[in-house]
Design a protein around this ligand. Structure first.
Ligand SMILES: O=C[C@H](O)[C@H](O)[C@H](O)COP(=O)(O)O
Length: 220
């Protein structure tokens, strides 16, 4: 395991503390969350089940014998655990590097507490070094790309990638994200955009960072 994977694993393991007994757990997507799913398997008899943000996470949860429920059958998700591509000190995030942003944002919206797990490399002063993923309806892709250029970004089509929802992704480079929540709201208004990979209007509530000096926990 790489040193970075060890930090991811430590953060993921620490998130178990936030899982209430008997709850339905919201589960994100990605390499850090994979460590969380593996850790969750150790307490699977203490939870009711999970709701999942991707086909990949669903598969991994089921392989561990953890029941995955349809989100429409669930009204109460006490905690949602997910990773991030970038986080700032306000726990505003860029997500969607793995293309799962839409289902992630839906579960984050429903969850009472959003616990973000990451290694320390994900912490930045200002969001935007990581290209911002945006899920778009396929027929709107070029129109949206032109709008993003007007905003100063350089959208790159994630060629050959189809989301779990049958849509496409634009990765927007070089955006100056001075006010993340404002940009998120502005982009949310563009027809054809399904989901913006900015999680700023609803940031994480808790950030668990794996660092070389141990776990660092931030809250807002
Ligand atoms: O679509 C993917 C998700 O937003 C992930 O949470 C994000 O890309 C971070 O993934 P990882 O833990 O693999 O760095």
């Amino acid at each position: 395991m790489t040193p970075q994977d060890q930090l991811k694993q430590q953060a993921a393991q620490a998130a178990l503390e936030y899982v209430p007994a008997g709850s339905i757990v919201g589960v994100g997507t990605g390499s850090t969350v994979n460590f969380f799913i593996d850790a969750l398997a150790g307490i699977k008899n203490q939870i009711e089940g999970a709701v999942s943000s991707s086909e990949a996470s669903t598969k991994r949860l089921r392989a561990h014998g953890i029941e995955v429920l349809d989100l429409n059958a669930v009204s109460d998700v006490p905690v949602y655990v997910d990773g991030a591509d970038e986080t700032n000190a306000h726990l505003q995030l860029i997500k969607g590097g793995g293309g799962a942003l839409t289902r992630e944002k839906i579960i984050a919206q429903l969850a009472k507490k959003f616990v973000c797990v990451a290694d320390e490399s994900k912490m930045v002063q200002r969001l935007g070094k990581f290209p911002l993923p945006i899920e778009v309806i396929p027929m709107a892709r070029s129109m949206i790309a032109r709008e993003l250029v007007k905003l100063g970004g350089q959208p790159v089509y994630r060629d050959g990638f189809v989301t779990d929802n049958g849509n496409q992704i634009l990765d927007v480079h070089n955006l100056e994200i001075m006010e993340p929540a404002k940009l998120e709201a502005e982009l949310n208004n563009l027809p054809g955009i399904v989901t913006v990979g900015l999680f700023a209007i609803r940031p994480a509530d808790v950030l668990i960072l794996g660092t070389a000096n141990g776990i660092r926990t931030l809250t807002i």
